[in-house]
Design a protein around this ligand. Structure first.
Ligand SMILES: Nc1ncnc2c1ncn2[C@@H]1O[C@H](COP(=O)(O)OP(=O)(O)O)[C@@H](O)[C@H]1O
Ligand SMILES: [Mg+2]
Length: 329
């Protein structure tokens, strides 16, 4: 293994060790090791009252429309003025996605699906709780990278697909890379109200922006209308408020944010500070070690950072995709 990646791995390993000591599940390296939750993790447990409030909010949020089976939902052009019309749905071309190398619910077992499984397990445990231990905002998962082109969109979609094939795991995939939305291009979803509109259009409800898909457990929130202050909005107080609402109102879902690269804009660091977990994608062989180090220090505010090596073609990490921790073993 080359020297530049060693220091990265060491850094990742150090971080993992810190997290492990705090009783938090952060990656595949801890699989099979039952760690008793330490005080740091226990302090993050919601009080029973808070849990009941969250439950009440979640129940109130479940409208009749949200329970409407997919087959009965007509495809409509969403409009804020329509208020509570049935949510639109989008038909993802799963065969085409599979042909382009993405995971789909029908994908046969493959190296990619196995590697994604390794990535998603700790994310699920932190998001949904194990033995009652739930990480604060653990269901808000930011997928980011130091610079663009490292595979954030590719990974966000695969993670969402992989999670959505789990029994009882609902997933919301949010296009949070608002200046360069990747989901329309890859998934072929039409322009419709989304994240930015929620921040700029009074009266628009979260439910008005969610797209059902032909994968029952997966819904999508597009980036929304082009906005000249798009990236700035990500760091606004409205955004923080929206994230709080999303996290608590959709407590039963894992919300995956395809996000802007950390080094491209300071706003993405603010966004990171509201997330319960971050999946940092690192393009092996192309991203500079100094860039990754800088990005890692910029997201120090989030306690749980998973790191994933993408586009690794060398056999010493054994995979196209792979955890740093795996590579370090
Ligand atoms: N593991 C991978 N296998 C195959 N293609 C990949 C992989 N990761 C990324 N790509 C491709 O690399 C390009 C950039 O990835 P993308 O996810 O759009 O990057 P980002 O969203 O970080 O800017 C896309 O064409 C994507 O399909
Ligand atoms: Mg992208």
């Amino acid at each position: 293994m080359s020297t530049p990646s060693m220091s990265l791995i060491e850094r990742a390993a150090k971080r993992l060790e810190e997290l492990r000591r705090a009783g938090v599940d952060s990656d595949a390296a801890s699989k099979g090791t039952e760690t008793a939750p330490a005080n740091a993790a226990i302090e993050r447990l919601p009080t029973p009252e808070a849990a009941m409030r969250a439950h009440a909010r979640a129940s109130a949020a479940t409208t009749t429309e949200e329970r409407t089976p997919l087959a009965e939902v007509p495809v409509v052009e969403p409009s804020p003025a329509q208020g509570r019309t049935p949510r639109p749905s989008v038909e993802l071309d799963l065969d085409d996605l599979a042909r382009r190398g993405f995971l789909t619910p029908e994908s046969p077992r493959s190296q990619l699906s196995d590697e994604m499984r390794v990535v998603k397990r700790p994310i699920m445990r932190n998001a949904l709780g194990v033995r009652g231990v739930r990480v604060r905002n653990g269901n808000l998962v930011m997928v980011t990278s130091a610079v663009s082109g490292e595979g954030k969109t590719f990974t966000s979609i695969n993670l969402a697909m992989s999670l959505a094939t789990e029994l009882d795991t609902r997933v919301l995939l949010v296009d949070g890379d608002v200046a360069h939305p990747g989901l329309p291009r890859v998934l072929g979803i039409p322009q419709s109200p989304g994240l930015l509109d929620l921040l700029t259009t009074p009266g628009l409800a979260i439910g008005d922006t969610l797209l059902h898909t032909n994968i029952p457990m997966l819904s999508i929130m597009p980036a929304g209308s082009i906005h000249r202050r798009a990236t700035e909005l990500l760091a606004s107080e409205q955004m923080a408020e929206l994230l709080r609402e999303l996290g608590s109102r959709y407590a039963d879902r894992i919300i995956v944010f395809d996000s802007p690269p950390i080094l491209a804009a300071t706003e993405s660091r603010v966004l990171a500070s509201h997330m319960g977990q971050i999946l940092m994608v690192v393009a092996a062989d192309s991203t500079l070690q100094s860039e990754v180090s800088l990005a890692l220090s910029a997201i120090d505010s989030c306690e749980i950072v998973h790191m994933m090596l993408n586009k690794a073609t060398r056999t010493d990490v054994g995979a196209y995709y792979g955890y740093f921790a795996d590579g370090a073993q």
